[in-house]
Design a protein around this ligand. Structure first.
Ligand code: ADP
Ligand code: GLC
Length: 493
């Protein structure tokens, strides 16, 4: 086996170009980590109108590129940027699909009706690009339902292609709650063939399920934490795909997400007002002061600040927090800072809270990377009451910033946060096991009582949290092992 692999990443988002959530962080940082190991990595993304081309030095590269979707012929163009870490990013320009606001949905969070077409086109165009530029990937790495079809195109359309026939595929499931299920009428357009519209592949009660098809066709499938891999196999968290995941046997695994500590690190973060580390925490006090000031909270260094940065989606349990938040405010000496967007009802609720609890609650409804960094740095605790969480990155970032996570013990949250041990001061955060308002309420109370009553334990936990290493050092090697396995599987077919 070659030491230097050629890796084609196909994804719907990646930092530093475009981001809706953690998928973007992972695609961007994993690509960089793999390139850092000496592999040749190409990332293919759509050219969305939101991407700032001049800021990223993205240049026109190829035009026109012809892509056949079944019997439909499209002409698109390709742009390119070379990142400092050595990764090459390609952007597929096709205005009919990608020249609009938002990545997946409009301003009202309504999914675009043609997403099935948009992303099957992206998946196919990425492979066509390999042929155009003579890039012979050893592995095609797809992410979530949006690019899962690439694994299928590879086996269906490119099975005899000189350049692509040996390429193996890997599919990473970042969230099985989104499977790309659309009316069967979209299937024809994909050109994947009606003989593959069967229950074990793309068909799902008469509709098209892109993730399911990808699971069938990918040589290796993984999700983003070991616990979520288990949950999706054995519980309802598999969202109906349990049997298909189990059918993959050992070829479905969990690999924990890594964090990019060049972006998320209090000792070098340019987005926060002062830098700090586990051995010198002074800067954190300054960050807390600045956060309180900015969010119009009472500027008291002694008050516990609880931060939230979240999409307001069912998964994240922000409705569960809403249920107990005012009880917490009435009974405990705490302040809340909330950053997020999504569900309109929750946006309204959290948006109005500062007016109702002046000096005690600050919120910003919308997206702000800079504020996200300040909340990580300036808070004492970070709460994530997720109903499920494939991995979760914010708790990992929080720990690096010495901000103790309060989380439900699900998926990657359970894998990354070590439960507080009140007898020793061990652990890195506070976990609850039933995702209910009561469990959340009492666990916040437990954390807050530790803050006021067991300061030595807080110190010990903060140090341990900051020193726990969640960088890609280990897990990028797990991906390499999985790629090698995928290549073996492909060969043996
Ligand atoms: P998910 O991908 O399910 O939303 P993760 O915890 O894996 O959850 O990743 C979320 C990422 O998105 C983090 O980098 C977080 O800081 C960022 N994020 C989420 N909401 C916002 C927001 N409103 N403003 C800025 N960043 C946000
Ligand atoms: C998804 C999951 C989140 C995970 C992220 C990156 O958005 O909801 O838990 O951390 O993908 O893998």
């Amino acid at each position: 086996m070659k030491d230097r692999m050629k890796i084609l990443m196909v994804a719907s988002e990646a930092v530093p170009f475009i981001k809706a959530g953690g998928l973007s962080d992972v695609v961007g940082s994993l690509s960089g980590a793999l390139s850092g190991l000496g592999h040749e990595v190409a990332v293919v993304l759509p050219k969305y109108s939101e991407i700032d081309f001049s800021a990223h030095k993205i240049e026109p590269f190829l035009s026109p590129m012809k892509v056949w979707m079944g019997n439909t012929r499209h002409f698109c163009a390709v742009h390119r940027a070379v990142l400092s870490g050595g990764v090459t990013a390609y952007f597929i320009e096709f205005n009919e699909y990608f020249q609009r606001n938002g990545i997946y949905h409009n301003e009202n969070f309504e999914d675009y009706g043609d997403n099935a077409r948009r992303f099957s086109f992206l998946s196919n165009a990425a492979l066509k690009l390999c042929r155009e530029i003579n890039f012979k990937p050893d592995i095609v790495h797809c992410h979530d339902w949006q690019t899962a079809p690439a694994a299928a195109y590879l086996k269906i359309w490119y099975a005899n292609d000189k350049l692509l026939k040996d390429a193996a595929s890997m599919l990473t499931i970042h969230n099985i709650g989104h499977q790309g299920v659309y009316g069967g009428e979209h299937y024809d357009y994909t050109g994947l063939g009606w003989d593959n519209f069967t229950q074990d592949k793309f068909e799902d009660y008469g509709r098209t399920n892109f993730l399911k098809g990808g699971i069938h066709y990918a040589d290796m499938v993984n999700t983003v934490s070991p616990k979520y891999a288990w949950e999706t196999r054995h519980t309802d968290l598999g969202s109906g795909l349990q049997a298909y995941l189990n059918a993959k046997g050992d070829n479905y695994i969990g690999i924990l997400n890594g964090a990019d500590y060049t972006e998320w690190n209090p000792s070098s973060d340019p987005l926060i007002p002062a830098r700090y580390s586990a051995t010198d925490m002074k800067g954190k006090e300054k960050c807390k002061k600045e956060l309180q000031k900015r969010m119009l909270l009472e500027e008291d260094p002694g008050k516990a600040v609880i931060g939230v940065v979240s999409r307001f989606a069912y998964q994240k349990g922000m409705d569960i927090l809403a249920y107990v938040l005012e009880k917490i405010l009435k009974e405990m000496e705490v302040q809340f800072v909330i950053l997020g967007a999504g569900d309109k009802g929750l946006e309204h609720y959290y948006g109005e809270l500062p007016k109702r609890y002046p000096g005690r609650v600050g919120s910003y409804i919308g997206y702000s990377n800079e504020l996200a960094h300040l909340i990580e740095a300036g808070s004492d605790f970070f709460v994530m009451p997720s109903r499920y969480e494939p991995c979760g990155l914010n708790q990992i970032y929080s720990m690096k910033y010495g901000t103790l996570p309060i989380v439900s013990a699900t998926g990657g949250l359970d894998d990354t946060v070590e439960q507080y041990d009140e007898s020793t001061g061990g652990g890195t955060g506070f976990k609850f096991y039933e995702v209910t308002p009561h469990a959340l309420y009492y666990t916040v109370g437990w954390a807050v009582s530790t803050y006021y009553d067991r300061k030595q334990h807080m110190k010990k936990m903060i140090k341990k949290a900051m020193e726990t290493d969640f960088s890609w050092k280990r897990e990028s090697l797990s991906y390499i092992d999985a790629y090698k396995k995928a290549i073996q599987i492909k060969k043996s077919r």
